[in-house]
Design a binder for this molecule. Structure first.
Ligand SMILES: [Zn+2]
Length: 338
């Protein structure tokens, strides 16, 4: 009896200690498992359908894809962020056309929001671009992987956080889901957000960006059980460790750091939307699965997506976000990014 009591006391001491060390109270396993290949597939068959016309920035097709995303948020009762008047952040044509002298119409970033329960003023931004390159010579570029895959991943991540919140286990910090526009024309939507942030960048503790996670590349012909992480250790050792731990605890993908090498000639770190956060000193990680023969071709189609692999990579992004949202301290910036 006594022994049992001691054990009990020891156990409760341990659980207090683990809370203080920043481990979240509830394991996210149930919520990770709400992210399913079937859901991702159902969403992607719509987002990357011909009806969306290749989602060119500012086009009707892109707006239709945007309507679909917003309807999913409404259906799941996930609101637009506090301080906004709707699900859109308008990105004016003048901004889109300023750097490359193009002729794009007005477009929109789309956002949704899960408010934190304990540190609502600290924010994690999870981003993916929902524009693609439209049509050329009568052919539709559906961009199922680029970046339909990241776009539908955000829907599932938002839903997982919302289910957790409904069960009383919402994130302690706030989560902004950000579908950015104009990526293919020069990362415009994310740059617009970074110059017109809804929440102060100083309170934005991290960015998780997802672009092309539905396929495998030549270097991984034999297995889709991998992801490239890029940038996680550029600004913050904490972020690197969080990504590693989240993967080891919950997902077990092989993390390939090939493109994280600063000498890599592809320079992917500078080529997707996280860079507009990273350049402002915000610890950022980019999830990516490499390029393939259908990259920026009309053959980047939904039937080539590996949905089980897409689900695991989405689960990793959610697990990283969960750790960032619930740990006691925000990731420390201890490196200069160079
Ligand atoms: Zn892309």
């Amino acid at each position: 009896m006594k022994k049992l009591l001691i054990l009990f006391m020891l156990a409760s001491t341990l659980s207090c200690t683990s809370q203080k060390s920043g481990v979240s109270d509830v394991p996210p396993t149930n919520y990770i498992n709400t992210i399913s290949a079937t859901d991702l597939k159902n969403h992607l068959y719509i987002v990357a359908s011909d009806e969306m016309g290749g989602r060119e920035t500012g086009s009707l097709g892109q707006k239709k894809a945007g309507d679909y995303l917003i309807n999913q948020y409404k259906k799941n009762k996930i609101p637009f962020p506090k301080g906004a008047t709707d699900y859109y952040q308008k990105v004016p044509a003048a901004f889109l056309n300023a750097t490359r002298n193009e002729n794009l119409p007005d477009s929109e970033n789309i956002w949704a929001y899960i408010e934190g329960s304990e540190k609502p003023n600290e924010l994690i931004v999870i981003s993916a671009h929902y524009d693609h390159v439209g049509m050329k010579d009568g052919e539709i570029y559906n961009g199922a992987d680029d970046d339909g895959s990241g776009t539908v991943a955000l829907l599932e991540i938002a839903q997982a956080f919302k289910i957790a919140k409904n069960e009383g286990h919402g994130p302690k910090r706030s989560v902004l889901i950000l579908h950015v526009t104009g990526e293919e024309h020069g990362l415009h939507g994310s740059r617009y957000y970074s110059e017109n942030p809804l929440f102060p960048l100083a309170n934005t503790i991290s960015n998780i960006n997802i672009d092309m996670i539905g396929r495998r590349d030549e270097l991984h012909k034999d297995s889709s059980n991998y992801v490239y992480l890029i940038g996680s250790d550029y600004l913050s050792s904490d972020l690197f460790n969080i990504c590693e731990e989240a993967n080891n605890k919950y997902v077990n993908l092989f993390i390939d750091y090939k493109f994280n090498e600063k000498t890599d000639p592809n320079r992917f770190y500078y080529r997707s939307d996280h860079y507009n956060f990273a350049k402002n000193g915000i610890p950022s990680v980019f999830l990516f699965n490499g390029v393939h023969a259908d990259y920026h071709k009309p053959t980047d189609e939904v039937d080539k997506i590996e949905f089980d692999a897409l689900a695991k990579r989405t689960q990793l992004a959610f697990s990283i976000a969960w750790e960032l949202a619930n740990r006691e301290n925000r990731p420390v910036v201890d490196k200069n990014g160079n």
